[in-house]
Design a binder for this molecule. Structure first.
Ligand SMILES: [Zn+2]
Length: 340
């Protein structure tokens, strides 16, 4: 069984804070930061993930800065996601990427997961949700969106240093999943913070000269927007996207579970990719094998699972997940679980 997830593309992310007029920054600030510090206190690939980057096309069609598909039409920033609202509740800090002056901050917007057009319309004009805008001099501005309600720690006019806590990751405004939208603009034009490419110049352009880039260790851990495993595990009944987004991973199966499943939640799969979920029971038999059909489209996120309607046997299980691209295993993940 494979479930398609993330059913409604096409909601454009309007650039928020359009109404904030940036003050002319004094010459004392005109020293552009050489490097941008990580905007989230997280470990990419472990508890946060690159979900989307800026769209480089400047018109119809979509291309991320690496000429891949981890973007959507008109998107102007970098989305660093958490897995679930349970992670939001634990509190993951959003940090200033460079020294600067706060030119706008908003709090009070609810954290909710936008699921349909009505939800999107309900946050019209407040797409950024709870957010912060910082001016860094030299025409460079950074913006931080979708922060957790009640978490904003800075005020307009406040001078901040790189690494200062601005708030926490949330899902306020136009957010389908908990994440930080981090955006840099140079003279009002969005520029990708990993590659330094302007958001309307095409993915093959060179970096804008002199552009500060995200700290290289953090950027390389985020990756280039190709497929990542958000989470995986075993469950005693089929998981759902909603369950994963709201509460995180389901519990392991137990003696009263109606079924035994292995599941994989992946992001940024490409058209034609196939997903394999292989669960090996304690006696060594491979009792759940699933190899999906080639995906009919790029998938921002995707849930695959395989299992049996059978009461679990106690013992050690092994789960192997693979993405097959053009006939070869692009990436493979292995994990093991003890069911009691
Ligand atoms: Zn975004």
């Amino acid at each position: 069984m494979v479930m398609k997830m993330f059913g409604f593309p096409g909601i454009a992310f309007a650039t928020a804070f359009m109404l904030i007029r940036l003050p002319m920054v004094a010459t004392a600030m005109d020293q552009s930061p050489a490097r941008l510090q990580p905007p989230v206190a997280c470990i990419p690939g472990e508890n946060c993930f690159l979900q989307q980057m800026a769209d480089m096309t400047g018109g119809p069609g979509v291309s991320d800065p690496f000429c891949g598909s981890a973007s959507y039409d008109g998107h102007s920033g970098l989305d660093i996601r958490l897995r679930s609202m349970a992670d939001v509740s634990r509190g993951v800090e959003v940090l200033a990427m460079a020294d600067g002056v706060v030119v706008g901050a908003r709090d009070g917007e609810s954290d909710r997961l936008v699921r349909n057009q009505a939800d999107a319309e309900a946050v019209s004009g407040r797409e950024c949700g709870n957010g912060v805008v910082i001016a860094h001099g030299g025409g460079i501005v950074t913006q931080y969106c979708h922060l957790r309600k009640g978490s904003i720690k800075v005020k307009g006019g406040q001078r901040v240093s790189a690494g200062v806590i601005l708030g926490e990751v949330g899902s306020s405004g136009l957010a389908q999943f908990p994440h930080l939208h981090a955006e840099m603009r140079i003279n009002d034009k969005p520029v990708d913070i990993i590659t330094g490419k302007a958001a309307d110049g095409g993915c093959e352009q060179p970096a804008v000269p002199g552009t500060p880039l995200l700290a290289s260790e953090f950027a390389s851990a985020l990756g280039d927007g190709d497929a990542v495993l958000l989470d995986s595990g075993m469950a005693g009944s089929p998981p759902s996207q909603q369950q994963l987004l709201e509460r995180g991973a389901p519990p392991l199966p137990n003696a009263s579970s109606p079924a035994v499943l292995g599941w994989a939640w992946l992001a940024n799969l490409r058209k034609g990719d196939r997903i394999t979920v292989l669960l090996t029971w304690p006696d060594g038999r491979t009792t759940a094998l699933q190899s999906s059909k080639p995906l009919d489209n790029n998938k921002a996120d995707y849930l695959a699972f395989a299992g049996r309607k059978r009461i679990p046997v106690p013992g050690d299980y092994r789960l192997e997940i693979a993405i097959i691209r053009e006939g070869k295993a692009l990436r493979t993940w292995r994990s093991s679980y003890t069911v009691e």
